[in-house]
Write a protein that binds this ligand. Structure first.
Ligand SMILES: Cc1ncc(C[n+]2csc(CCOP(=O)(O)OP(=O)(O)O)c2C)c(N)n1
Ligand SMILES: [Mg+2]
Length: 752
């Protein structure tokens, strides 16, 4: 572990080695002196930026007190290391996942004070979010500063994916090509062979599991990522010794292989610059990631909503104040004769005036109009419900059956056709990469090469053979870490790749929930269309497994249809699965692609291979069976069960059921539902998930609301019991809706 010297640390009682001996040289020599790689002019620039950053915080605090802005969180105390990091890295070349204290970093990279003040007032032209996010949630596309959220720690896994994308693009130049007619048309891709990804976080955030998942992957993959922990000793009111066993994060992470470590006084720009420079050099040389642990201060409380005097005594706060980086750099510049008092005053006056003028201008800036709120929930460029995604299957002419049975080529399962759709898309588009738990044929590739093994390719074999065909950098196993799967994919997709990742069982999607709720679906909206992450997440879902029990049978699709920005697809048969998956991969939005395990190899819904361009548009239901007496609206594994029930009802009671398979849950086909209910005047919504608050509740509410005058009977629902699914088959049958339950419900509704 490297503990770097600090130029003024000793004075302030910081742990340090020794003071730079060059400091004693004469003033004349000092003008041309280099301070651990920084010239005098750079130090003046650093002071300018640091002072600007502090003044912006002060101005925002004033505006907040005047109720002209609505939130304030400062970068005070973190300025020196931010400027130093920016000096050591390259805006618009390297990539940045900063957190809210990185105002000085962003200024030093090239963001302007006016832009920041536009964020504070929530202006339409706020480049970070167009008034959608709190201030200090940085995003500057031109600088490669990627949109950030308020959720502490989510940025770290995305930074990993970002770095992986850079490496992948360097190795697959063809993936950079643009293409017409799919998401690539709207996604510019750029990379630099020696680029670095910077990601920062606070000391408290090191307690998040995602931090450790990210360290693990960066280390294992030797990724060029600089982790910067800005350790101000507090996470709101919780001190570092509560967050971090032993109180020092450097000590805990020191065992990760392949890292370069620095622990520094982050209030000292000279020391910080030297450390970031070493870190960047290490990453650029391809050795692996770097970890910069910067000790900083937090002089302005956590945010304007916090008063640190409630939990920090004066003596502690005063000790911090003595280390204030803006003040210390000012003293240093004077002491070194780099600037005299007049020079300092001139700079400060200029900045004060500039910030004041920028604030006045920002307060006059246009604010976003309420009618714009729906802009950029989804891609404005590519509509997956459009005719462009509606193609006809190109079946090969059937082989002649010799034994009277359907030839195998006519009888492909959902699992077969998902596998072929993945294969086709990987051939067509080199940006498509696949990862997840167990998805590779074999991580120990030599076994495959030596033909010692056949390979696995997924616990359900859906990705079988893909690694063998496309190589281990396009199809690979991830660690057992769902947040990492989704977070890394999000970072990759932000850079223009098309990750098609797998969550092995829906029951285990929850560690990824923060990424799935607060990140992936909202990146486009929160950045006002500056960034997007059209990832595809394939998830094996559902029960009817006979022994699947609680943790291999769950549904829960409504949790995700309740999340704006996420497309949710749930096919019931092989052909739809192939067509919808292709649409998912080619479209420009994030898609949750739910694959029912029970349907993977079911006889129901098998089909011939529909060719490499077959697509089903999103939001278009399929009428599985037309009818006149009542409408059943369903999807997934309930479709074959409902069909069985409907056919029995027709046979035994002459009731004609119109059966609608929604296929896609967000968007969903309201027109198809409305047309059918207007015809039959009766509606039953059938779904496999627990009844209450489930997907069918929304459909039922809309029918009741908008089709009330067309109804001859109450809108009914049939679904699972409000329990989890049990192991014992007798219990499982009682819990999940069976064909007999559906039959009964349909009959009752018909008779109402
Ligand atoms: C996942 C998550 N949990 C809680 C919060 C609320 N919160 C915002 S900042 C913060 C403290 C962060 O502390 P630290 O990482 O040390 O950064 P600092 O603010 O001290 O720079 C908390 C708890 C959040 N934004 N995200
Ligand atoms: Mg902190």
């Amino acid at each position: 572990m490297m503990r770097a010297a600090t130029l003024w640390g000793e004075k302030r009682g910081m742990a340090t080695t020794k003071v730079d001996p060059k400091l004693n040289e004469s003033n004349v020599a000092k003008k041309a002196k280099i301070y651990q790689g920084l010239t005098s002019q750079q130090l003046i620039d650093a002071y300018r930026t640091m002072f600007t950053s502090r003044r912006l915080d002060d101005r925002e605090i004033l505006l907040k007190r005047q109720q002209k802005v609505f939130f304030q969180i400062s970068g005070a105390g973190h300025e020196a290391m931010g400027v130093a990091a920016a000096f050591a890295l390259k805006a618009g070349y390297d990539w940045f996942y900063p957190y809210y204290r990185d105002r000085a970093l962003c200024l030093a990279l090239g963001a302007t004070p006016y832009e920041m003040l536009l964020g504070a007032v929530g202006a339409a032209d706020d480049p970070c979010s167009g008034g959608r996010q709190m201030p200090s949630h940085w995003a500057y596309k031109r600088l490669n500063v990627v949109t950030q959220s308020s959720a502490t720690g989510t940025q770290i896994l995305q930074a990993i994916g970002c770095a992986e994308a850079g490496r992948y693009l360097a190795r697959h130049p063809k993936a950079c090509q643009k293409a017409e007619g799919d998401y690539r048309q709207f996604k510019d891709v750029q990379f630099q062979g020696d680029e670095v990804t910077y990601v920062s976080l606070g000391d408290g955030t090191t307690s998040e599991g995602e931090f450790w998942e990210a360290l693990n992957s960066a280390s294992n993959l030797r990724l060029p990522v600089i982790f910067c922990v800005e350790d101000n000793q507090y996470a709101i009111s919780v001190p570092v010794e509560v967050q971090t066993s032993g109180g020092n994060i450097s000590r805990l992470v020191s065992g990760f292989p392949n890292f370069h470590f620095e622990e520094i006084d982050g209030t000292d720009p000279i020391v910080a610059y030297a450390a970031f420079k070493r870190a960047a050099d290490y990453c650029r040389a391809g050795h692996g990631p770097a970890f910069v642990h910067a000790h900083v201060i937090r002089p302005y409380s956590h945010s304007l909503s916090d008063d640190e005097r409630l939990y920090r005594p004066d003596a502690e706060r005063q000790a911090d104040a003595a280390r204030d980086p803006v003040h210390c750099l000012q003293m240093f510049l004077l002491r070194e004769g780099i600037l005299d008092e007049k020079g300092i005053n001139k700079i400060e006056k200029e900045i004060e005036e500039q910030v004041q003028a920028d604030a006045d201008r920002a307060l006059e800036a246009a604010i976003p109009q309420p009618e714009t709120i729906y802009n950029f929930v989804y891609s404005p460029d590519l509509d997956p419900t459009s005719a462009a995604f509606d193609t006809r299957p190109a079946f090969a002419s059937p082989e002649t059956a010799t034994d009277g049975k359907k030839p195998a080529s006519q009888n492909k399962t959902m699992a077969d056709l998902i596998n072929t759709a993945l294969r086709d898309e990987m051939r067509r588009d080199e940006r498509v990469i696949i990862f997840g738990e167990d998805v590779a044929d074999a991580s120990r590739e030599q076994y495959l090469k030596q033909k010692l093994i056949k390979g696995k390719g997924g616990v359900f074999k859906l990705t079988s053979g893909l690694q063998t065909e496309f190589g281990a950098d396009r199809v690979f196993n991830s660690p057992l870490a769902e947040a990492a799967i989704v977070g890394r994919a999000t970072g990759m997709a932000t850079r223009g790749l098309k990750p098609v990742v797998e969550i092995q069982f829906f029951d285990y999607i929850w560690p990824a929930m923060m990424q799935l709720r607060d990140e992936l679906p909202i990146i486009r909206w929160r950045s006002n269309n500056a960034f997007s992450a059209p990832v595809v997440i394939r998830v094996a879902i559902g029960g009817y497994l006979t022994g699947g029990a609680i943790y291999h049978s769950q549904c829960g699709e409504s949790i995700f249809t309740h999340t704006p920005g996420l497309r949710v697809v749930f096919p019931s048969n092989a052909l739809d699965a192939a067509g919808l998956l292709r649409t998912a991969i080619r479209c420009d939005d994030p898609v949750l692609f739910l694959e029912h395990k029970r349907l993977y190899r079911e006889t129901y819904g098998r089909a011939p291979y529909p060719g490499p361009d077959y697509m089903v548009p999103f939001g278009k239901a399929k009428v599985v069976q037309p009818g006149t007496d009542l409408t059943v609206i369903t999807y997934g594994a309930v479709v074959p069960r409902a069909l069985q029930a409907a056919q029995k009802l027709e046979r035994e009671h002459r009731v004609s059921v119109e059966l609608i398979d929604l296929r896609c849950l967000n968007p969903f086909d309201w027109e198809a539902i409305a047309a059918s209910v207007k015809k039959t005047n009766r509606a039953l919504i059938a779904y496999e998930d627990a009844l209450s608050w489930g997907y069918g509740a929304e459909i039922a509410a809309r029918i009741a609301d908008q089709l009330f005058h067309h109804l001859d009977a109450p809108v009914k629902r049939i679904a699972a019991t409000d329990t989890f699914v049990a192991y014992q088959p007798i219990l499982e049958n009682a819990i999940l809706p069976q064909a007999s339950d559906l039959f009964r419900a349909m009959k009752e509704l018909a008779e109402f």
